[in-house]
Design a protein around this ligand. Structure first.
Ligand code: ATP
Length: 419
């Protein structure tokens, strides 16, 4: 099945709005076994939109467009498509009633321009918009005059605002696509790993997976900051068994480097492990500026496991809030294994947590020395069994440095919990 996606909007090409629809829609489809073959972004002008739709309809079984369904003068997708397909537009009373009802509910007068959103091309199916006034439109073009063999295609027009598009896609578009283009059995699993680079991961696992790859397993790698994802895909009757077998092989080889599967994150894994073991953590962050606390508190249920997250940036805060000793700071410096240890132990004991997790490092660009260059970081974990301190070196820009440090700190805690 050939799918093409057309994102319309001059603001996307001017770099004022990030084209999140491209990622979100492709991901929704890919998770169900459909691949988008081509995606294009075009400006809000008639010629560009019509040319893109005509071209895509010449190739694809399904064409999706986003944007340009609103009431303003630059929202012209509906009119242009109707014109291109030679389908007259007619006022749909049900859609109009729905728009009027929305305005009366929010107690605002309905501008006349809004009525244009109730115009529906002949033969189009209306996709309700629960979060806005412009409905989506789906139409089967059969025969499709733009294809050499005239084979039918579906054309689906979706609104621009993500809060309108996403529910409409999940509630109306996916069921339609699944019904019209039933996918073959498809299984996809993503294993998230940390602590090893992309090529090293590949080197370790590719050999053992060769027989499964020959039998149709698709294997993909995605390197992110502080993380490498391994994506396993199989299609057909044996898809589930193939993916499970591959996962088992990879788990044997990579073992504890795998921290989560599919949509789970490192922080959600840590919260889940802490909650499952009824344990708590207290955080003492310096160079990450609260990022570890931010990531943990993004996970629902964090309140059951997080005692506190202190950003102890200054020496004073390290001393007053964590009990780091003056002499240790003077002798070793704030970025040192000895201080990281006292930060973690202070957090653990002062805030009555099972674990104390601390980071102290030099994010740069200033502040480095020959002995401790920019990128040096100490990560400490205090637990009942004792305290572990790791020295790492992440000579990156500040934001990357913060993220990688938070990733390794969370992973240190995860590995302790998994043991
Ligand atoms: P409206 O009724 O708001 O005019 P519309 O269907 O005409 O809706 P657009 O005018 O094209 O949609 O886009 C509305 C807003 O939606 C944009 O200003 C932008 O903030 C957001 N948007 C549009 N396209 C995208 C996209 N591809 N990715 C992310 N956001 C988008």
């Amino acid at each position: 099945m050939h799918i093409e996606l057309i994102n319309t909007g001059s603001e996307l090409l001017l770099g004022r709005v990030l084209n999140t629809h491209q990622q979100w829609i492709c991901r929704q489809l890919a998770d169900r076994g459909y691949e988008v073959a081509r995606q294009i972004c075009v400006a809000d002008d008639g010629a560009s939109i019509q040319a893109a739709v005509r071209e895509s309809l010449g190739r694809a079984d399904l064409v999706l467009t986003t944007g340009g369904l609103g009431p303003t003068s630059d929202d012209i997708t509906r009119d242009l498509i109707a014109q291109l397909l030679g389908r007259p537009l007619a006022l749909d009373e049900a859609v109009l009633a729905n728009i009027k009802e929305r305005f009366s509910r929010i107690k605002r007068p309905m501008p006349r321009s809004t009525e244009v959103q109730a115009m529906v091309p002949a033969g189009a199916r209306v996709l309700p918009n629960a979060h806005g006034t412009a409905p989506g439109l789906a139409m089967q073009i059969d025969p499709n005059p733009f294809r050499e063999n005239k084979r039918a295609s579906w054309l689906i027009l979706l609104p621009g605002p993500p809060r309108e598009l996403r529910p409409m896609f999940s509630e109306s578009v996916l069921p339609l696509v699944l019904k019209e283009f039933p996918p073959p059995p498809f299984v996809c699993r993503t294993l998230h790993t940390t602590g090893m680079g992309e090529s090293a991961v590949e080197e370790k696992i590719a050999g053992s997976l060769r027989p499964l790859l020959a039998a149709g397993l698709e294997l993909g790698y995605c390197a992110r900051i502080g993380e490498v994802d391994v994506r396993l895909v199989a299609r057909g009757e044996k898809a589930a068994a193939t993916v499970s077998q591959a996962e088992e092989i990879i788990r044997q080889v990579l073992g504890p480097l795998i921290f989560a599967t599919d949509d789970a994150t490192l922080e959600s894994t840590v919260v889940q492990l802490l909650a499952g073991q009824k344990k708590t953590v207290a955080l003492a962050e310096s160079c990450t500026g609260g990022l570890i606390a931010h990531r943990i508190t993004n996970v629902p249920g964090a309140s059951a496991v997080l005692m506190c997250g202190l950003v102890t940036y200054s020496n004073e805060a390290k001393k007053n809030l964590l009990g780091v000793r003056e002499e240790t700071l003077a002798e070793h410096g704030a970025v040192s294994a000895a201080v990281a240890r006292q930060m973690a132990e202070g957090a653990r004991s002062r805030y009555a947590a099972d674990y104390g997790l601390a980071v102290t490092g030099i994010a740069g660009p200033g502040g480095g020395s020959t002995a401790k260059p920019v990128g040096t970081v100490f990560i400490a974990l205090a637990a009942e069994q004792g305290t572990t301190v790791e020295e790492r070196f992440y000579p990156f820009d500040r934001e990357t440095f913060k993220f990688v440090t938070s990733q390794q700190a969370l992973d240190l805690l995860r590995r302790a919990l998994a043991d």
